[in-house]
Every structure is written in structure tokens, then in C-alpha cells.
Design a protein around this ligand. Structure first.
Ligand SMILES: NC(=O)C1=CN([C@@H]2O[C@H](COP(=O)(O)OP(=O)(O)OC[C@H]3O[C@@H](n4cnc5c(N)ncnc54)[C@H](O)[C@@H]3O)[C@@H](O)[C@H]2O)C=CC1
Ligand SMILES: NCC(=O)COP(=O)(O)O
Length: 327
């Protein structure tokens, strides 16, 4: 499925693998793939592919050269050596792509990875794209439950971290029945609208070993998660749990749900990356725009060495295009 309008693909940290995987994805997808333009520094991309600078996103169609909305970096870019001086440019690329999507010129936004700590050293005030995108789109109309909610999706498994870049010791404090209920509503609606699942089945993972074992290994299940699940069931959402997390991710268990809601980051991300690191996609739900991303990070250790695989970015571009075509 191909949407009518191009996707806007942000360059991410220019010293990471973003530029080379965007170039590799452009080559792999070719004219048959979804049309997209990169938003970022054309000179950095030109190290990896022939580029064509464009002034408007609609010029992205045509596969002879990689179309780029050129917005230059402030400081020289060396692969593997991120520079906070480029943070304003990186942030500006995301803002530009989101503005294009809100105006309807882009069918969606695909983001190459950013390094949170590098951006924060350059003045970025958000934990990651997810929260930044929530802020950038907060005033745009949206008929559903509002996110942002992070989802990791691979063939055969979708997971949702209910807390994201939260230190483990703060997770129980951040986890409230209200946040669980709101996230579950967003996930239920997104599975229907964006994945075409008529009756989504959710499962809520416990926080503690054995989902608290009746209170003898922790109380968050009884105090927070079970009441949240009861509220959701009363609203008609099909959600099971809180269930012990250690038995939720084997092949047979995965057949019983369409998305697993997980109290903390690694509980959600490890199974997806273990099952399919290359096919996994990170997407943001509950926004008035479509946003996907590869499931991996900036990989500074291999940047510029010709080792980076574009598979997850390709999966992210394809998924964004599929959702756009469905919407
Ligand atoms: N969507 C985003 O913007 C994300 C950004 N990050 C950021 O990335 C930075 C580095 O994070 P790490 O935990 O080191 O994870 P990472 O995913 O960047 O790297 C982990 C390992 O996987 C390898 N790897 C990653 N992507 C690869 C690819 N496409 N092809 C071949 N090998 C690949 C790397 O070389 C490294 O050995 C952090 O600053 C983090 O904030 C991490 C995850 C997502
Ligand atoms: N670990 C996932 C990750 O870092 C992606 O975060 P975001 O930039 O998509 O918010």
C-alpha cells in the first residue's frame, strides 16, 4: 500500500547511522517503495547517496536521487562523534517534519535515531522523540484518546512500555491507574484504526515477579494494575491481567493477544528486539500524525563504517506508509 503523499524522514543524529541507513533504505525501496524525502543536511547525506535538494515535499516523487529538504548542521559532522552543537539542527528537522505532517503535505513522519543525552546537552528538554512529538502536536485536533504512547511492533509481537525512559527505581511512582487506563485506550483505538484489528485483545503485564503473587511479592498489581484493568473491562476494552510477565512472550502465549502493555521500558523492548531486531519498529500512538522509527539507536560504534543495516528503518517506512494508506 502506498499513500498519495510522501513521508518526511528526519536524519536523526548526523554522527550516528541515520544518514547511511536512510541512503540504504532509499536504494532498497527504489521506485516501487513509498515516496519519501529526507529532512536534514544534504551534504551529510551526499556522502552516502546522490542527492537532490528540493524546496517542497511534493517534489520527493521520482527515484533518480534521494530527495532532501536541506537544513544544514551548525558544526562539522564526524561519524561516531556526536556534537551537541548540532542539537538545534536535529531538533529543527523533527519540527519541520511534524509541521509538514500537520499541514497534510507529508503523509507521516519517520525519524532516524537521536541520542537523547547529546540532544539534552544541546538544550533539548524532552526524554525523546515520543514526548517531543506529543508536545509539538498538542494543539492539533485529534478525535481519539490523546497520547503519546510508545509501541514496539515486530511481526508476531506488539508491546507498549507504560513508562518509557524512567529510571527503574522511579517506575512504581510513575505507574498510576490513570496512566494505564489512558494508554490502554490509545492502544485499543490504534489497533482498530491503524492495524485494522476489529476486536483488539490486550494483555497487561505485572510489574513484580509472578505478578505480585497475591501481594507477597509486591502490591502494585493489586493497588494499581488490577483496578486499571477492571476499569478498562467496564469500558468494553478486552484486556487480561495483570499477568506474570515471564510467561507472556513465548510463541504460544503471543497468539492470545494483539498488544502487551508492560510497566517498564525493558520489559517491552527486550522481547521485540530479541524476536526481530531487524524487523522491529517503534511507533507513536495517539497523535494526530503518523510517526514511526527504527527500533534501534544511533549505533555510534559502527557509524560511517558501512556496517549498519537499514532493515528496521525500511520496516518503519513501510509501516508508516501502510498506516497512512489505511487512514
Ligand atoms: N528512536 C531513537 O531515536 C532511539 C535512540 N536511541 C539512542 O541511541 C543511542 C545508542 O543506544 P544503544 O543503547 O547503544 O543502542 P543502539 O541500538 O544504538 O546500538 C546497540 C547495538 O546494536 C548495533 N546496531 C544498532 N542498530 C544497528 C543497525 N541498524 N545495523 C547494525 N547494527 C546495529 C550497534 O552497533 C550496537 O552494537 C542512545 O543515545 C539512545 O538514546 C536508542 C534507541 C532508539
Ligand atoms: N528505547 C526507545 C527509544 O529510545 C526511542 O525513543 P523515542 O525517541 O522514540 O522517544
Amino acid at each position: 500500500m502506498k499513500p498519495a503523499r510522501p513521508l518526511a524522514v528526519t536524519l536523526g543524529d548526523p554522527a550516528g547511522i541515520g544518514p547511511e541507513i536512510i541512503a540504504a533504505a532509499w536504494r532498497a525501496l527504489g521506485a516501487q517503495g513509498p515516496a519519501f524525502a529526507a529532512v536534514g543536511d544534504a551534504d551529510v547525506l551526499a556522502r552516502h547517496a546522490p542527492v537532490r535538494r528540493i524546496a517542497r515535499l511534493e517534489e520527493a516523487h521520482g527515484a533518480d536521487r534521494l530527495a532532501v529538504l536541506h537544513r544544514p548542521c551548525a558544526a562539522p559532522v564526524q561519524p561516531g562523534r556526536p556534537d551537541p552543537a548540532n542539537a538545534p539542527a536535529v531538533i529543527g528537522w523533527i519540527e519541520t517534519a511534524v509541521a509538514l505532517a500537520l499541514k497534510g503535505e507529508a503523509s507521516g513522519v519517520v525519524t532516524a535515531p537521536i541520542a537523547k543525552s547529546v540532544l539534552q546537552a544541546g538544550g533539548f528538554a524532552y526524554p525523546g522523540h515520543t514526548e517531543f512529538l506529543g508536545a509539538l502536536t498538542a494543539d492539533a485536533p485529534w478525535e481519539g484518546e490523546r497520547g503519546p504512547v510508545m509501541m514496539l511492533a515486530a511481526p508476531g509481537l506488539r508491546t507498549v512500555p507504560l513508562t518509557i525512559h524512567t529510571p527503574l527505581r522511579s517506575v512504581p511512582d510513575e505507574l498510576t491507574a490513570e496512566t494505564v487506563v489512558r494508554a490502554a485506550r490509545v492502544v485499543d483505538q490504534a489497533l482498530r484504526r491503524d492495524f485494522g484489528i476489529v476486536r483488539p485483545r490486550l494483555v497487561l503485564a505485572g510489574l513484580n515477579p509472578h505478578a505480585g503473587e497475591g501481594g507477597s511479592i509486591g502490591l502494585e498489581e493489586a493497588d494499581i494494575l488490577a483496578p486499571a484493568a477492571e476499569r478498562l473491562r467496564a469500558e468494553g476494552i478486552d484486556i487480561r491481567g495483570p499477568a506474570p510477565a515471564d510467561t507472556l512472550f513465548h510463541e504460544q502465549a503471543r497468539q492470545a493477544y494483539d498488544a502487551a502493555l508492560c510497566p517498564y521500558h525493558d520489559q517491552a523492548l527486550i522481547p521485540v528486539k530479541m524476536l526481530d531486531f531487524w524487523g522491529g519498529v517503534n511507533l507513536t500512538l495517539g497523535l494526530p500524525i503518523i510517526r514511526t522509527s527504527p527500533d534501534h539507536g544511533t549505533a555510534f560504534d559502527i557509524a560511517g563504517k558501512g556496517l549498519a543495516r537499514p532493515d528496521s528503518l525500511i520496516a518503519a517506512i513501510r509501516l508508516a506508509a501502510e498506516i497512512a494508506a489505511r487512514r
